[in-house]
Design a protein around this ligand. Structure first.
Ligand SMILES: *[C@@H]1O[C@H](CO)[C@@H](O)[C@H](O)[C@H]1NC(C)=O
Ligand SMILES: *[C@@H]1O[C@H](CO)[C@@H](O)[C@H](O)[C@H]1NC(C)=O
Ligand SMILES: *[C@@H]1O[C@H](CO)[C@@H](O)[C@H](O)[C@H]1NC(C)=O
Ligand SMILES: *[C@@H]1O[C@H](CO)[C@@H](O)[C@H](O)[C@H]1NC(C)=O
Length: 447
């Protein structure tokens, strides 16, 4: 088998011995060397890309003997200590495809690496730029509330967007004009609180286990331990000011407020028949929750996708999402997001992602449910399902509108002669590109 160096050498030697003859037998004649000139074809000025396959070399069910930093003739076994369970999950870090070059920076954060904040009634764990320096524009908190448990009344200067993973959560908020919003949000549904708007979250007993959700914030610097909490504030206000503020007739009634923050704490689930407070100012004009689970996804040849952004979930001007499914063997096509970083959350399945950062730099990572990926704006990437179950994940952006650019669509809608001049495709293959004039989004295997 040729390694890259041998291939390159062969190409160089061949081009020397056949001076002026194009390396590829192309079907368009323009500019074909005649043999009277030694100038190479534009397409032959560099060697062709390797056609060697570069598959994932193992998975978590593989024989551990396969797990070694070796690919083709490159690398050697590890003789020192080694963390096998982590290597089993990251075959493309230990034995990268030969198409990788340089390093884009770490683009993977498994929530299992996050420090848990354990509370009576639930927990929270977060990912922000402190642990994943690439993630400068978005941060996330994964939160679990037992039935009835409350994430205490609080606010923060960033927008908060949520995707419910399990159970249902009652949300409540009051805006700066005194308009309120109270709703119960279920699995696959979303909520959104604009910056600075005070809110609370409480797991209902609809699911006896309570609820779990992921919260995304429109800044990589967000810290969920740094939010403004009702109890934290009041415990730092002189009591006579509190009594004056609330025009307290019975000061003793204010003698049991907590001396420190609660953050997450247990409580009784909201009663079914409890009437919601009615604001004289009415409810917020744009709902703070969105029934995303009832949005029909668009079917593609290899999976599905559906989008929620400010065009449908109108209040959500700082966060846009695409929920994507990719069937085994299928691919979320080669694409990029023109101006926005992508914060990705894997819900289930196994994915391989290569991020292309220009200047020949490309790095491949492997992900599974509970992992986060981060792809900076404009960097080309794909998401391949390398497992045997449906891959489901979220693409989340700090923006009001979802946007992506498809490589296939770009080539399909560019003059074919221009595409041909770059890629040396034959006419038939060139013609087949036309199928991508409509975005393919998630492409299934050919057969
Ligand atoms: C895991 O790798 C083994 C080979 O080591 C392969 O037979 C199997 O199909 C792979 N499973 C998946 C889900 O890719
Ligand atoms: C969401 O939509 C589904 C189906 O249309 C409906 O059953 C459910 O009650 C809705 N949920 C909310 C919170 O509006
Ligand atoms: C959301 O905005 C769209 C236009 O972008 C409009 O058609 C729709 O009525 C709005 N929905 C709400 C609840 O205001
Ligand atoms: C699918 O993959 C899982 C984990 O890799 C493995 O346990 C299971 O046997 C595989 N199933 C099939 C049908 O290949």
């Amino acid at each position: 088998m040729f390694n890259n160096f041998q291939r390159l050498l062969t190409v160089i030697l061949l081009s020397g011995f056949t001076a002026g003859v194009p390396l590829a037998s192309t079907t368009t004649g323009t500019g074909t060397a005649t043999g009277t000139s030694t100038a190479a074809e534009p397409s032959a000025t560099v060697p062709f890309a390797s056609t060697d396959p570069n598959p994932v070399l193992w998975n978590e069910t593989s024989d551990p003997a396969l797990v070694k930093p070796e690919r083709n003739q490159l690398g050697a076994t590890i003789q020192g200590p080694d963390n096998l369970p982590i290597d089993l999950q990251n075959p493309d870090l230990l034995a990268p495809p030969t198409t990788d070059h340089g390093f884009v920076g770490n683009a993977k954060w498994p929530f299992s690496f996050s420090k848990q904040r354990l509370q009576t009634g639930g927990w929270a764990r977060q990912q922000n730029e402190v642990v994943l320096p690439l993630a400068t524009n978005l941060a996330c908190t994964n939160m679990r509330l037992e039935a009835g448990a409350i994430r205490e009344l609080h606010w923060h200067k960033n927008a908060e967007w949520a995707y419910v993973l399990k159970g249902s959560t009652q949300i409540s908020a009051v805006d700066n004009e005194g308009r309120n919003y109270i709703s119960t949000v279920g699995p696959g549904d979303l909520w959104y609180f604009p910056p600075g708007i005070p809110h609370s979250l409480q797991a209902t007993a609809d699911d006896p286990e309570g609820s779990e959700f992921i919260l995304v914030f429109d800044s990589g610097a967000f810290n969920d331990d740094g939010t403004f909490l009702l109890t934290d504030w009041l415990s730092h206000v002189p009591m006579e000011v509190i009594l004056k503020n609330f025009r307290a007739k019975n000061p003793a009634a204010w003698s049991h407020i907590p001396a420190q923050q609660l953050y997450i704490f247990p409580s009784e689930p909201p009663a079914d028949n409890q009437p919601d407070p009615v604001s004289p100012q009415g409810t917020v004009p744009l709902p703070y929750s969105f029934n995303f689970s009832s949005v029909e996804p668009t079917q593609y040849s290899g999976g599905t996708a559906k989008i929620a952004d400010s065009t449908t979930f109108n209040i959500s001007v700082a966060i846009a999402v695409a929920e994507v499914t990719v069937e085994p063997g299928a691919l979320r096509e080669l694409h990029w997001h023109p101006t926005e970083d992508e914060w990705t959350f894997f819900i289930s399945g196994n994915a391989r992602v290569t991020i292309f950062a220009a200047q020949s730099v490309a790095s491949t990572f492997d992900y599974q449910g509970g992992d986060i990926a981060y792809v900076p704006a404009s960097m080309g990437h794909y998401v391949e399902n390398i497992g045997n179950t449906t891959l489901t994940y979220l693409e989340v952006f700090n923006t009001d509108r979802f946007a992506d650019v498809s490589l296939s669509q770009w080539l399909a809608l560019t003059p074919p002669s221009v595409v041909q001049a770059h890629l040396n495709l034959d006419d038939e293959t060139l013609a087949e590109l036309k199928q991508f004039a409509t975005k393919a989004t998630v492409v299934g295997p050919v057969n």
